[in-house]
Design a protein around this ligand. Structure first.
Ligand SMILES: C[S@@+](CC[C@H](N)C(=O)[O-])C[C@H]1O[C@@H](n2cnc3c(N)ncnc32)[C@H](O)[C@@H]1O
Length: 352
């Protein structure tokens, strides 16, 4: 199984009218959250059951989004507790502020990346009992064509979580990268087997004029992939969009920094919950948590342990929790979600 087939990305897009598949299938693929214009948190009951937040605890939501997880944390840790919620997208912060104001001053929202979590938590003098990361894009971001995340509506090729943050946009990447590098990014971060043809098509297309819109990029992907190889459940451009978004926002680098910070600042006994939406993220989470949960790092054939290594984490379950069939049916965005949970032990993590 390839990365792309196991982890078909989260968003279903109706195909072109010429597609001969039955109409019923297309409408069933439309996400509920998008239809409602909001964001439905994925795996929320499972997250709460695993993290067991109780009144008086301090919690960090590293990915505020539309505030669903933050609200649930508030409902459990208040009164007496505190919640700090971060988002890299200033629009998410301003949209959620009003809805969360009723919880009062114990809830603080910060426009920051979770890669900077340690500094932000220190600024608020917070040693959390609970930290959550619900990775990826929110339905609010996907539903706003001006952000450039959605291939369903034409918009500027942007894809930056923080548009004022100075990072390169998706348009910068597709219009400036050398063809081989573009193909490598699309293959590595999108798991796209037609990455080479897509990159070639983009380079040919930009020779006449730079690509500026999501629909131009989507059209390049459609024409670069032979129709018979179009994926069944996702738009042919989905993997390319995913790859560009990951690179534009350095999502894997941020994740590594965010997880390391979270594990450093959690109290002993504190719980970490991470929901990932594609294999690259989930593999990074799994690898880091498993390494820190090892009690011995001696070579496997060494008969006696001499490493004096101490585990920093315990893992209540080795396997990721996946959404139920009912949730996947209700919310197609949930299809690829994986929840992993860890508990902080007394030992400090090794310095990196
Ligand atoms: C899937 S949504 C979270 C949805 C949220 N749990 C809810 O219930 O509404 C992911 C959010 O994480 C934010 N995000 C992505 N990378 C981030 C980072 N490095 N630091 C902080 N926020 C980030 C995105 O801007 C987006 O709003």
């Amino acid at each position: 199984m390839t990365l792309a087939t196991t982890w078909a990305q989260t968003w279903c897009v109706p195909r072109a009218p010429s597609d001969r598949r039955p109409q019923r299938r297309r409408s069933a693929a439309l996400p509920v959250a998008a239809a409602a214009g909001g964001h439905v948190p994925v795996l929320l009951p499972e997250l709460l059951a695993a993290l067991r937040p109780v009144a008086g605890e301090a919690a960090v939501d590293g990915t505020l989004g539309a505030g669903g997880v933050t609200r649930a944390l508030c409902d459990h840790v208040l009164p007496g507790g505190r919640v700090l919620a971060l988002d890299r997208d200033p629009a998410a912060i301003s949209r959620a502020r009003e809805g969360l104001a009723a919880y009062g001053p114990a809830v603080v929202l910060e426009h920051a990346s979770f890669g900077d979590l340690e500094a932000v938590a220190q600024r608020h003098d917070l040693r959390p009992d609970i930290i959550t990361f619900d990775l990826g894009v929110s339905s609010l971001q996907l539903g706003d064509p001006a952000r450039g995340f959605s291939l369903r509506q034409p918009g500027p090729l942007d894809m930056r979580f923080d548009p004022a943050g100075g990072a390169v946009s998706a348009a910068d990447l597709v219009n400036t990268l050398e063809q081989g590098e573009l193909a490598r990014l699309i293959r590595t971060y999108g798991g796209e087997r037609f990455a080479g043809s897509i990159a070639a098509r983009i380079v040919r297309r930009r020779a006449s004029a730079p690509l500026t819109s999501t629909s131009e990029l989507a059209a390049c992907c459609e024409s670069a992939i032979p129709r018979r190889f179009w994926p069944r459940h996702i738009h042919p451009a989905t993997r390319t969009f995913q790859a560009l978004r990951i690179v534009v926002n350095d999502e894997l680098g941020e994740l590594e920094r965010g997880l390391a910070a979270a594990i450093r600042i959690l109290r002993p006994g504190g719980r970490l919950g991470v929901i990932a939406f594609h294999a690259l993220e989930d593999t990074a989470v799994k690898r880091l948590l498993s390494n820190l949960a090892r009690v011995c790092v001696c070579p496997p054939l060494q008969p006696l342990c001499t490493c004096a290594h101490r585990a920093t984490l315990s893992l209540p379950t080795r396997r990721a929790t996946m959404p139920s069939v009912a949730e996947r049916t209700r919310n197609p965005r949930a299809r690829s979600a994986r929840l992993r949970v860890a508990v902080r032990l007394d030992a400090d993590p090794p310095a990196v």
